[in-house]
Write a protein that binds this ligand. Structure first.
Ligand code: BES
Ligand code: ZN
Ligand code: ZN
Length: 491
């Protein structure tokens, strides 16, 4: 999809989407006004949030569909409403088989025009997203071209042009994450994932280094390798580096993404209904790659290194087994109580690597780590475990802007006790109780006191059903918030 800013009078598109606030239901065009008046009198459209009303009009002897979208009261307007309205408008336009859409924004005083335009553009990309490449017929679907205009602003000011450009690049990162998750595991496995990252690095301006089994063994990443060794697909340690602030060499944000390109559960095999969507178990990796893409693309003044320990959790004569006691790059020993609690094993070696070898001074790890996160918070909210309130505050501030939701879980000492083992330093599966917390705290054992956020995106990285801004499948969460957090840090 392509999104641009255009003059308000440019309305020669298949569909015109008009946002209206409840307080002011009128437009400058008389024929449109008549329809608004009609819909209002019949109580079909009053401007309430999410309401839509469609009619046709004639422009230059062709028919155009007009979709009115309600924004609610001007004084209550926020960016979430804007994003929701955009989803409604774009979805309607697609139903009407549009290839060109013009979105008309109202003049309001409660939000900055650049913010409205930026979030309209991001939401348009997300609502227009499809993953139909493997459907023989659907491939012929036309791409949507979207332009946005606001009453009273003919030409894009430099600020508006910049907002549209930023939105396009943020959306590119989110959509890359979605695509990587939606690709099936026979297509997207460690090697091909690494190839995608190399490509993204070249296109967007970050450095990529990829290591195979030999280097993984040399680094003594036994926890990572134990998970990987049951699969015939070679594991890959993927390292991405972006140094946008060379003057502050000591400050490096480390991002670590869980990169299980498929999780069968291993010998602690998953039942079929739990296994079916496990191509999404590299959602953390996908989000980290998407975020790096946007961060580097926007040339943010900050240093960010990202690491993905990509592998497949499969079964074979070589696979690790329950009861095994393994080592790790950090030297700690781990009792394997459940081979399906594999994510944390790959993550602790990646976390140790990013601190020891890449000198990360702060760490965020993202992982589709526990079904318990889904049970506790559902699909809307990412679970957070942290050792640093200031860092968590930064995340919350960024998320208040992007609309993605996060919630911190407690990390009391008693929970940390549960990850200890009778026969080794740690155990990888203390059981069902407090599963998201113990998984997080297991990783916390390896962060060496660095400010750290653990984001369990098992619920949020994948959507079981179509929502306003997503299809069924990868959501690209929380790329937008990661980007926003990094942008705020870079100032
Ligand atoms: N990848 C799964 C977690 C998951 C579940 C992600 C549902 C997305 C949706 C993870 O590797 C896993 O299997 N975790 C186990 C941990 C348990 C054995 C301690 C789980 O959640 O059951
Ligand atoms: Zn698992
Ligand atoms: Zn997993």
């Amino acid at each position: 999809m392509n999104v641009t800013y255009r003059s308000f009078s440019c309305s020669q598109t298949d569909v015109q989407v008009i946002y209206l606030v409840e307080n002011n239901l009128s437009m400058s065009k008389e024929d449109i006004n008549k329809n608004i008046e009609y819909a209002k009198n019949k109580n079909l459209f009053t401007g309430k949030i999410g309401q839509t009303y469609t009619f046709t009009r004639e422009v230059n002897e062709t028919i155009q569909n007009v979709v009115l979208v309600g924004l609610g009261k001007e004084e209550d307007l926020n960016l979430d409403t804007i994003r929701k309205a955009t989803a409604k408008g774009i979805r309607k336009a697609k139903e009407l088989k549009a290839t060109t859409v013009f979105i008309k924004l109202p003049k309001v005083d409660t939000l900055e025009v650049e913010e409205i335009i930026k979030n309209t553009a991001v939401a348009a990309h997300l609502a227009g997203y499809t993953f139909n490449k493997y459907k023989t017929d659907a491939k012929k679907e036309n791409a949507l071209t979207v332009s946005i205009g606001r009453c009273g602003i003919k030409e894009a000011t430099p600020e508006i042009a910049a907002a549209v450009e930023e939105a396009n690049e943020i959306a590119k990162g989110i959509i890359l994450a979605r695509d990587l998750v939606n690709e099936p595991a026979n297509v997207m496995y460690p090697e091909t994932l690494a190839e995608e990252v190399v490509k993204a690095g070249k296109e967007n301006g970050f450095e990529v280094e990829v290591h195979g089994t030999e280097k993984i063994k040399e680094l003594k990443m036994e926890a990572f390798y134990s998970v990987a060794k049951g699969s015939s697909k070679e594991p890959k340690l993927i390292v991405m580096r972006y140094f946008g602030n060379p003057e502050q060499k000591g400050e490096i944000l480390g991002l670590v993404g869980k990169g299980l390109t498929f999780d069968t559960g291993g010998y602690s095999l998953k039942p079929s209904p739990s296994m079916i969507d496990m191509k999404s178990d590299m959602g953390g990796a996908a989000s980290v790659i998407g975020a790096m893409t946007a961060i580097a693309n926007r040339k943010l003044k900050i240093n960010v290194v990202a690491v993905v320990a990509a592998c497949e959790n499969a079964i074979s004569g070589d696979a690790y087994k329950p009861g095994d006691i393994i080592g790790s790059m950090a030297g700690k020993t781990i009792e394997i109580r459940n081979t399906d609690a594999e994510g944390r094993l790959t993550l602790v070696d990646a976390v140790n690597y990013i601190i020891e070898k890449e000198n990360a001074s702060e760490v965020i790890d993202l992982a589709t780590l526990t079904g318990a996160a889904l049970v506790a918070l559902g699909e809307t909210t990412t679970a957070v475990v942290t050792n640093n309130d200031r860092f968590y505050g930064e995340l919350k501030d960024a998320s208040a802007y992007t609309g993605e939701k996060f919630w911190q879980l407690p990390s009391f000492e008693e929970y940390a006790e549960l990850v200890k083992s009778d026969v080794a330093d740690l155990n990888n599966s203390p059981g069902r109780n407090a599963g998201t917390i113990t998984a997080g705290l297991f990783i916390g054992e390896f962060v060496q006191g660095k400010p750290w956020l653990h984001l369990d995106i098992a619920g949020t990285a994948w959507s079981e059903k179509k929502t306003d801004l997503t299809i069924k499948g990868g959501t690209g969460a929380p790329v937008y918030t990661l980007y926003e957090l990094v942008k705020r840090k870079s100032k």
